[in-house]
Design a protein around this ligand. Structure first.
Ligand code: AMP
Ligand code: MG
Length: 345
């Protein structure tokens, strides 16, 4: 398939490019587009034929539901039977932004979008390109992350070209995404608000907005979630680089010494913080993700480090743990799910 490359300014996307991309969506084709979290692989959420193409292009299991992207509260209201007016005080704070909210779905949303669930994940992105595209298409856009299933999500132009060129109608190229990790997901379709996936809007902030917010154990766990099917997509292994990733968890001294031992046997690259970088042995190749005091910077570079061709020339990637506060909870959630093994030291 010939893929049209559409280059747009992320702040001020030109009308022509947006119209071209929106035309592809309206014609039932797939378009890769940037959001503030990661790049998405979009199709009209109202067109089952187009939605099927998403699953095929990604190689995504059919039981893993898609998030529906909207450009207004009114459009969100058409996708759910719940009264969004009841949530206006939190929606005012969270939307537009990097948060997906799960509500009971309306009949407008076909079953293939939600993998047969009676709920739908809704997201109102703040990225100007995503907003303009949805507005111009005039329909909600179903979009998972634009990676081949199982790989780390794409946060740069290079990543989306690598995974999606030749598989989709169009790719919008608009630079790196901002947060670099997928949206926070909160389920508001059940009795108690429940955090399903940590993300850029942190659990501390959400707890203030949603008193009684449940944080299930699987948010911090590595193993697939085996209990009640709160969110089917959570059971799949995600974000895995092409070579084994070993996450070390423990005190700084123990982490550094374990990394040194592992790196003696295998050609290793270590993803580390600025604070510990100088403590690793010289035979270790270091990639500094950022300071432990600036976890947003760490988050934004994480998937890039897991996909970087230079890093993949090594035998294994070793990662330091990061504090589980703020966006750190999301960083550790992704690292644990991506890890081939976790060494607790
Ligand atoms: P992705 O778009 O690749 O980041 O994945 C979207 C994730 O959102 C899925 O893997 C699910 O875990 C979650 N999700 C989407 N829709 C629902 C829903 N209706 N109920 C629960 N989880 C959902
Ligand atoms: Mg994904």
């Amino acid at each position: 398939m010939q893929t049209e490359m559409i280059r747009l300014d992320p702040e001020n996307p030109g009308v022509d490019g947006i119209e071209k991309a929106a035309g592809l969506i309206k014609a039932g084709e797939l378009v890769v587009f940037p959001t503030e979290t990661v790049y998405g692989l979009g199709a009209s959420a109202l067109d089952p034929g187009a939605v099927e193409k998403i699953y095929r292009a990604k190689g995504r299991p059919q039981d893993n539901p898609l998030i529906v992207h909207v450009s207004s509260l009114e459009m969100a209201g058409e996708c759910t039977v719940q009264d969004l007016g009841r949530y206006s005080s939190i929606l005012d704070v969270l939307w537009p932004g990097p948060v997906t909210l799960i509500f009971k779905k309306s009949e407008a949303i076909p079953a293939c979008v939600t993998a047969g669930l009676d709920s739908v994940g809704l997201r109102f992105p703040s990225h100007p390109v995503a907003l303009r595209l949805i507005e111009a298409a005039g329909v909600p856009i179903a979009a998972p992350s634009a990676n081949i299933s199982g790989r780390p999500s794409p946060t740069s132009e290079e990543h989306v070209i690598e995974d999606m060129n030749g598989r989709v109608g169009g790719i919008i190229l608009a630079g790196d995404t901002i947060f670099g990790l997928e949206s926070t997901i909160v389920d508001l379709s059940r009795e108690k608000p429940t955090l399903l996936r940590p993300g850029p809007v942190d659990a501390e902030r959400l707890g203030e907005l949603l008193p009684g917010l449940e944080i299930p154990g699987f948010v911090r766990a590595r193993d697939e979630y085996r209990g009640e099917a709160l969110s089917p997509g959570l059971k799949y292994r995600h974000y895995s680089p092409e070579i084994p990733l070993i996450l070390i968890e423990g005190s700084p001294g123990a982490v550094v010494s374990r990394a040194g031992i592992l790196a003696r046997r295998d050609k290793s690259v270590v993803l580390c913080s600025q604070e510990l970088a100088d403590y690793y042995p010289v035979h270790v190749k270091k990639v500094v993700l950022g300071s432990r005091n600036d976890l947003y910077a760490v988050a934004s570079g994480l998937f890039k480090a897991l996909r970087d061709r230079d890093n993949l020339n090594y035998t294994q990637i070793i990662s330091e743990p990061f504090p589980e506060t703020g966006i750190g909870l999301a960083i550790m959630n992704r690292l644990r799910k991506a890890a081939w093994r976790i060494d607790r030291v």
